[in-house]
Design a protein around this ligand. Structure first.
Ligand code: GDD
Ligand code: MG
Length: 364
């Protein structure tokens, strides 16, 4: 019945797609898959897993491919998070649709909630499941509105909220409603996805379902939403979690302008603002200025250096009075004193820039 109470828990499985290569976040994704990069000091996936647990779903299947082993090494059977985690690995990436189809043998229920593994969101997952149940849809898509839909799946709906088209990354979007990367499937619609080959859920599965007349419902809301696929979004998303703008049940407690994790050292006179996070064992020197900085574990920012809207990789070092703005510094890199890294600069892991070795001005 349409007004049946929603049943989650054992009857609803979650599937998280985490097999992408995270190319736009290189060089950070050379050593870790995108969903494992620390956001506000915790692996990104931990925030999503906590939201899934909070919604009452306990069985979660991770669809892995690129750097598959890292996930299981970190999360194990999921008991620490109150979850039962399963892992299914694609030896060759099967795409988003192929990845969903590939986990079919692990699914237990008739309702499957699928997540892109790189979306920081605040949607009420229970409400998405309610829409799916009350509209008796075959598939329900969570949709949000963005100012520029061209980088996403554009998803127009009719007056009843039913999806009329799915246009992945179109140059001429007919609406600002986009695919937020969270779907509810009736199990048989996963069984229909062709097996044994790469399939895109966005370019093949959804357009075919719509052409065949399946009931694909949209669930639109105004929740916090950000795809974490680029350095700019990753930095903003991390800062939003630190400040409490993006909800995360994985990090309970008060939020403020910065977050310093255990074992980190911040010298007196350092300024930490803009949602800066200082990872475990990281060090910040006297008079350093960190504004919207993401310091991974073991990173060091020396005295008088400035880091703005940038990611400093595991164990990387920013020398005294260096300036790092809108940049990504790879794991273990060393940025010498007074160097200037600006405007989209990406330093590869282990690179050693000597003191004063890269500047945009002629003074030393
Ligand atoms: N298992 C598996 N196998 N996972 C994959 C594969 C694969 O072959 N390819 C990608 N993924 C995972 C990625 O790890 C990521 O979590 C998710 O699928 C989406 O891939 P992205 O590469 O991040 O896609 P996108 O951001 O360009 O676009 C997608 O997300 C947008 C919302 O964030 C699409 O679903 C768009 O329609 C959507 O608007
Ligand atoms: Mg993405």
């Amino acid at each position: 019945m349409a007004d049946d109470p929603l049943v989650v828990g054992n009857s609803t499985d979650a599937v998280i797609l985490v097999g992408g290569q995270g190319t736009r976040l290189r060089p950070l994704t050379l050593s870790a898959p995108k969903p494992m990069l620390p956001v506000a000091g915790l692996p990104f996936l931990q925030h999503l897993l906590a939201r899934i647990a909070e919604a009452g779903i306990t069985h979660v299947v991770l669809a892995t491919s690129f750097k598959a082993e890292v996930f299981e090494q970190h999360f194990g059977d999921g008991a620490d998070l109150g979850l039962e985690l399963d892992y299914v690995t694609e030896t060759e990436p099967l795409g988003t649709g192929g990845g969903i189809r590939n986990v079919l043998p692990k699914l237990r229920g008739d309702t499957i909630m699928v997540f892109n593994g790189d979306v920081l969101g605040g949607a009420d997952l229970g409400a998405v499941l309610d829409t799916h149940a009350s509209s008796r849809a075959d598939v329900t898509l969570h949709l949000v509105r963005v100012s520029d839909p061209r980088a996403f799946g554009c998803v127009p709906t009719d007056e009843s909220g039913r999806v009329t088209e799915f246009l992945e990354k179109t140059e001429d979007p007919p609406t600002d409603q986009i695919n937020a990367g969270c779907y509810v499937f009736r199990r048989e619609y996963i069984e229909k996805i062709p097996g044994g080959r790469a399939v895109s859920v966005e370019r093949e599965v959804f357009p075919v379902l719509l052409a065949e007349g399946a009931h694909v419902q949209g669930h639109v809301d105004n929740s916090y939403w950000r795809d974490m696929g680029t350095p700019e979004d990753f930095i903003r998303g991390s800062a939003d979690v630190v400040r409490g703008i993006a909800p995360s049940p994985a990090l309970p407690g008060q939020r403020g302008e910065f977050l310093v994790h255990s074992g980190a050292g911040v010298a007196p006179g350092a300024l930490l603002i803009g949602g800066t996070v200082v990872g475990r064992g990281a060090e910040v020197g006297a008079g350093a200025r960190l504004d919207g900085a993401v310091l991974f574990d073991g990173a060091r920012v020396e005295a008088g250096a400035t880091v703005e809207r940038s990611i400093i990789g595991f164990g990387a070092r920013i020398g005294p009075r260096a300036l790092v703005r809108d940049a990504v510094i790879g794991d273990g890199a060393n940025i010498g004193a007074r160097c200037e890294l600006l405007n989209g600069a990406r330093v590869w892991p282990g690179v050693d820039l000597p003191d004063g070795g890269l500047r945009f001005s002629s003074d030393v």
